[in-house]
Design a protein around this ligand. Structure first.
Ligand SMILES: Cc1cc2nc3c(=O)[nH]c(=O)nc-3n(C[C@H](O)[C@H](O)[C@H](O)COP(=O)(O)OP(=O)(O)OC[C@H]3O[C@@H](n4cnc5c(N)ncnc54)[C@H](O)[C@@H]3O)c2cc1C
Ligand code: SF4
Length: 553
């Protein structure tokens, strides 16, 4: 085999399991809410806070519930992050920037084009200007927002993954949660808990990137977009360094191949606490590409080696980012009993690597539309109207083709993106058509040797998962749905694609083990980055509290 088209090996979305008639047998408890929000990220919590405030001001009682799959708020949150404070200011008009959970303002910035041993400083493109913005950890911001939500009387249920959408005819009626305490075969154990049904007048899906229920709703209701959504995988490390860093840095070029889109970010949360990461579009063409290994190679560049020498890597994590921008937004983000927020809707501007303020702003708009819906029956489509008339839509429209231009490779993409920047997105005109990442053919190649992990600043996937704080129960059933008869080349592609070492490929030529499956799945290692759901086996929610325990990602 010399080419792999991942879609040929990917199971379909299990819609029959994801969409369930309300009242279906099998649930334990049933709870009723006015509004149920799935996901305690910036989008979900901003929505909850704005809703509670509107209700309080109006003297209305509202029962708002927020479900979060992590064991504690923020433990599944990962970002860069440089934050545009705009949505924080709108949500908390009585507070000053100094009151927000930011680490400090961005004062200096640099952009470099890297070669293997060298660097060329580039003028900062307008989309990458970050003056006036703030450095922050998403975990810390989300914990702060979670505390604000609880002060307002909102119930945040952590360790509760929503696993299925409950529906009445074509309306969404709530969610069914994932059961806990199943054995490896998926059978209930003595201490386990069955799934619960949580029903609500409105359900807001704020599940973040590659939201499972958002995908299911769009497919079920045939909500399409002009282009399919595309994704990037970001792998990130947090370092305590001996050398201080006084500026944020973005790099392009090495170690990425020229037919992959991406770059790095290096952000000082404190002068000696540095967040660094590599983000690579999942439409890469080389099946041997491994983002985690590329990040280890990136750290060997003189720019990084000098910064990290003598330092210590204290946290590691990975997450995908929806990159499609304007043309990948669902044609509507509201329907009967449902709205989609933040990354689950695709509100990310990739040229500036920003999604947090769009997520929060979409949560604020959703809250306003939901409140009017509950109070006087106004249609939830008001949410779409608010988003479409806002800076969310206009920012994404301005950079609409910029990421898409890089489907033609780094150099051609770079020239076109520069022209788009100069003309405010007007030239080259028209819409760039994209294929879903899983439909992009990959050439089979041996890929990079992962040996770089053995250097003083390198880290293997096994150690990386440990540094994510992942302590998922070993006896949990697999939450990953793989196709059958996966060829060894595809198994190797999965092994490289997954930053957490969940997949192992076993060659046919292993004599006695010939009968063993070629693809082995170490499901407990999974850190919920969702890359697998884009390119390989399907991801589904598992027992609450599984996965990473990020602290400052
Ligand atoms: C490497 C990287 C760097 C980035 N850098 C920046 C940056 O510098 N600046 C910036 O503005 N943006 C940045 N972004 C983008 C930004 O992080 C996202 O746009 C933002 O976090 C989206 O917020 P959200 O609330 O929509 O989703 P999330 O922050 O992903 O939150 C979703 C929440 O929902 C929970 N959840 C998911 N499914 C379920 C379920 N079924 N049941 C219960 N809970 C569930 C998750 O555990 C999570 O807590 C970056 C992203 C990455 C990956
Ligand atoms: S198995 Fe988990 S960690 Fe690995 S790619 Fe898939 S979602 Fe990410």
């Amino acid at each position: 085999m010399d080419k792999i088209v991942p879609a040929q090996y990917q199971p379909a979305l299990p819609l029959d399991k994801l969409i369930l008639q309300d009242g279906a047998a099998g649930a334990g408890d049933r709870m009723e809410f006015d509004v149920l929000i799935v996901g305690a990220g910036p989008a979900g919590l901003a929505c909850a806070i704005e809703l509670a405030r509107l209700a309080k001001t109006d003297g209305t009682e509202l029962n708002i519930g927020v479900l979060e799959k992590a064991e504690a708020v923020g433990e599944h949150s990962l970002s860069g992050a440089v934050v545009n404070p705009r949505a924080f200011r709108e949500l908390f008009p009585d507070l000053k920037d100094g009151d927000f959970p930011f680490r400090g303002p961005v004062t200096k910035e640099a952009v470099y084009l890297l070669t293997k041993g060298g660097k060329l400083r580039l003028p900062t493109p307008p989309t990458m200007h970050n003056r006036g913005y703030y450095l922050a950890s998403l975990c810390e911001m989300v914990r702060w927002l979670g505390a604000k939500a609880e002060e307002l009387g909102i119930n945040v249920f952590t360790g509760f993954p929503a696993a299925q959408l409950l529906v009445h005819d074509t309306a969404v009626a709530g969610v069914r949660t994932a059961p806990a305490g199943l054995d490896r075969e998926g059978k209930p154990t003595a201490g386990g808990t069955p799934p619960n049904d949580l029903v609500a007048k409105v359900t807001a899906l704020a599940e973040g990137t590659r939201g499972l229920l958002a995908q299911a709703w769009c497919q079920w209701q045939r909500v399409t977009s002009e282009n399919p959504q595309i994704f990037a995988l970001g792998v990130k490390e947090l370092w305590e360094t001996k050398q201080p860093l006084d500026r944020i840095i973005h790099t392009l070029g090495w170690p990425l191949p020229t037919d992959a889109f991406g770059g790095s970010f290096i952000y000082p949360l404190e002068p000696n606490l540095v967040a660094l990461g590599l983000v690579v579009g999942l439409d890469y063409r080389d099946a041997g590409l491994d983002v985690h290994v590329l990040l280890q190679r990136f750290k060997q560049h003189p720019l990084l080696r000098a910064l990290l020498a003598g330092g210590e890597m204290i946290e590691w994590g990975a997450k995908t980012i929806p990159e499609g921008g304007f043309y990948s937004l669902p044609e509507r983000r509201a329907g009967a009993g449902i709205v989609l927020l933040g990354d689950a809707a695709g509100f990310v501007d990739v040229p500036s690597l920003k999604g947090i303020h769009y997520a929060m702003q979409s949560g604020i708009y959703a809250a306003r539309a939901i409140f009017q819906n509950l109070k006087n029956g106004a249609a939830l489509s008001e949410y779409d109207r608010l988003v479409d008339g806002s800076y969310i839509a206009s920012d994404l429209y301005r950079t609409r083709n910029m990421r898409l231009a890089f489907r033609d490779g780094f150099y051609l993409g770079g020239i076109q993106a520069a022209l788009m920047t100069l003309t405010g997105g007007r030239f080259p005109s028209g819409k760039y058509r994209m294929h879903a990442d899983a439909e992009v053919p990959r050439r089979v190649s041996p890929g990079l040797r992962p040996g770089l992990a053995e250097t003083s600043i390198g880290v293997s996937k096994v150690d990386a998962v440990f540094k994510s704080g992942n302590s998922t129960r070993d006896t949990i059933p697999s939450h990953l749905i793989a196709g059958s008869d996966i060829p060894v080349e595809v198994a190797r592609f999965y092994a490289r694609m997954c930053p957490a070492g969940v997949y192992e490929a076993h060659d046919l030529d292993v004599g006695a083990q010939r009968a063993a499956p070629l693809l082995r799945i170490n499901a407990p290692n999974c850190v919920d980055c969702k890359a697998t759901d884009v390119l390989g086996p399907r991801w589904t929610p598992r027992e609450g509290g599984s996965g990473p325990k990020y602290k400052r990602m």
